[in-house]
Write a protein that binds this ligand. Structure first.
Ligand code: Z5A
Length: 224
């Protein structure tokens, strides 16, 4: 059986990494093989492109060139990490994917949606998430969570974290628009609540939409 591909999207500080880790733990407890990965990044060359983009050096090239860089990273990520895992029956939990290009470079960078469609077609070659969680929090909440986390680690803001509040508010709307456009694939989770509650909502959604994942895959030993 091929693995399932589950992506997590949303604004900054929405809690994606936190929830991916919790879902990974739940799935592994049920003996499912799982790979956790992220975009940009998730493979050797894609991680190099990630460093270049997040350093802010690509910003001056404009949103179209940035979209091409994200696409280039995605090609390597699909080739080296995502597709081999799915083919071997391992489930892939990915922190951001193509919807982030649609939201950040498409909606906010004002790129033509036909252009984003074409880029997606040639980059993804038919690979699409089985399920996408869009973690939705007010921009102020996400930004304050992310800045608290950065302060704790002594880190500075990256390329996108430097954008102003209106950028992050528009981003939130862009993700909600994507969720409305792809209702079969996307589930919006109101994530401005305790992480334990968000985890439960995500798990019930996984159990409902991908019921095979909510079952233990090891068979009980036959006891005479
Ligand atoms: N980007 C793009 O423009 N185009 C693309 O195609 C792609 C990406 C793929 C990658 O940044 C950047 O690239 C991203 C979009 C752009 N821009 N930004 N910003 P990244 O990977 O470095 O960062 P991120 O994706 O935005 O993740 P994040 O800021 O690390 O947020 P998160 O993963 O959603 O949140 P978290 O790490 O789980 O939680 C943040 C903090 O909040 C942390 O201290 C948690 O303990 C806390 N937290 C989590 N959940 C809760 C709840 N429920 N209550 C309270 N506190 C919580």
């Amino acid at each position: 059986m091929a693995g399932y591909f589950i992506t997590f999207e949303g604004g900054e500080g929405a809690g994606k990494s936190t929830q991916i880790e919790r879902l990974r733990r739940r799935l592994e407890q049920l003996s499912h093989p799982v790979v956790v990965t992220r975009e940009p990044g998730g493979s050797a060359y894609a991680e190099q492109i990630r460093s270049f983009i997040l350093s802010g050096q690509a910003k001056r090239l404009g949103p179209f060139a940035e979209a091409l860089l994200f696409a280039a990273a995605r090609i390597d990520h699909l080739d080296k990490t995502i597709e081999p895992a799915l083919k071997s029956g391992t489930h892939v939990l990915c922190d951001r994917f193509a919807d982030s290009t649609r939201a950040y470079q498409g909606a906010l960078g004002d790129l033509d949606s036909g252009l984003i469609d074409s880029l997606e077609r040639v980059t993804l070659k038919g690979v699409s998430p089985n399920l996408t969680f869009i973690l939705d929090v007010p921009a102020e909440v996400g930004l304050s969570r992310a800045s608290a986390r950065r302060a704790g680690k002594g880190e500075g803001a990256d390329r996108f974290e430097e954008e102003d509040l209106s950028f992050h508010q528009a981003l939130r709307q862009a993700f909600l628009t994507i969720a409305r456009a792809y209702p079969d694939r996307c589930v919006v989770i109101h994530a401005d609540r305790p992480a334990d509650e968000v985890e439960e909502i995500i798990w019930s959604s996984v159990s409902e939409r991908l019921p095979k994942l909510a079952r233990n895959i090891t068979r009980p030993l036959d006891v005479a």
